[in-house]
Design a protein around this ligand. Structure first.
Ligand code: GNR
Ligand code: NI
Length: 170
């Protein structure tokens, strides 16, 4: 297994739209394992392949308290169950140390393939529902700051650029 590098906003590569996985083979499973290792290491509850600069429709998640329930989503899609939305404070491993309330569907039905390429379906609400919508946005090149005003988004971009300069010692 290998830990992967997570791209950070406003890196333009985060805007890439991911393509469908045609076959769930060992190479895809290796990517899944590396993404799980990267997500757990960063203490995240989800990670989309886009964030590690791989533009294929692969997501890993674990919303359990103790990191014991890994979920693998290949070629995922969701449909809202009902029209209700709620706000929840979201963070993103690609936008470190920034949190904002984002509206998401309260309940969704997820369809995806697992690591064996078998299709499954699951109904989600609460944090899991938020996370599914957040991760699927990544595969489309969308970030949660896109739901904020451009004033706020630009402020966050500036803050991140400053942070990058500091961490690179420039
Ligand atoms: O770790 C994460 N926490 C989180 C909290 C609320 C809603 C979504 C998330 S996902 C995020 C990890 C991440 O950046 N996934 O893309
Ligand atoms: Ni994210």
């Amino acid at each position: 297994m290998a830990k992967l590098v997570i791209l950070e906003f406003p890196d333009e590569r985060l805007r890439t739209k991911a393509v469908e996985v045609e076959k769930v083979d060992d190479e895809v499973r290796q990517l899944v394992d590396d993404m799980l290792e990267t997500m757990y290491d960063a203490s995240g509850i989800g990670l989309a392949a886009t964030q590690v600069d791989v533009h294929r429709r692969v997501v890993v998640m674990d919303v359990s308290d103790d990191g014991s329930e890994p979920l693998v989503l290949i070629n995922p899609s969701y449909t809202p169950i009902g029209d209700d939305k709620d706000f929840l404070s979201e963070g993103c491993l690609s936008i470190p140390e920034y949190y904002a309330e984002v509206p998401r569907y309260l309940k969704v039905k997820l369809n995806a393939l697992d690591r064996n390429g078998d299709a499954y379906e699951l109904e989600a609400d609460g944090l899991l529902a938020h996370c599914i919508q957040h991760e699927l946005d990544h595969l489309e090149g969308v970030l949660f700051v896109d739901y904020l005003s451009s004033l706020k988004r630009n402020r966050v971009a500036k803050k991140m650029q400053k942070r990058h300069k500091q961490t690179q010692g420039a």
